[in-house]
Design a protein around this ligand. Sequence first.
Ligand code: AR6
Length: 174
Amino acid sequence: MQRFQITQGDLTTMQVDAIVNAANTTLLGGGGVDGAIHRAAGPELLAECRGLNGCETGQAKMTAGYHLPAHFVIHTPGPIWQGGAHDEDRLLAGCYRSSLALAVHAGCRTVAFPSISTGVYRFPIDCAAKIAVATIRQCLAEYRTLERVTMVCFDSHTRSAYERALEESEGRHG
Ligand code: AR6
């Protein structure tokens, strides 16, 4: 089985060690995938998040998964797209890298991501997919204990963008 997979569906149903939340810097919930994760996990998640004191863009913090099938939630605020000259690429790569480092440190072997920053934060999808795929592949090469990383795309447009990015990346590196 490939260690990197792309699928279409609802992140909150994933049976993995950790799912990643496309959060904001307050870590106190919001709309999109963040709202869906908080609804599915239950109010205990917000209670734990209140004690975390927020999180900087591009970094990550971990909580329990409560009523989710996933054991942990890794919260990472992605960059808000501001035209591309505000360090957005580096910060987005930081989200994937910090989340996977935290997951490995906690003993997770299976991790699922949403498409960070490409919803309300308006990061252009093709560019975001390229950064996500490259960073996840680097981490998989580095962290041999990771068995599987899944990109869970909510819609077919997003899934196609990630599939294209993966094909291009495999074409370059085999
Ligand atoms: N499963 C998988 N993907 C989902 C789900 C789901 N259940 N729901 C939405 N998506 P967004 P951002 C997709 O806006 O751009 C929140 O208010 C969605 O279609 O959730 O990083 C936070 O609190 C899109 O492809 O995250 C922040 O304030 C992707 O998830 C802000 O939004 C990301 O869209 C973060 O914005």
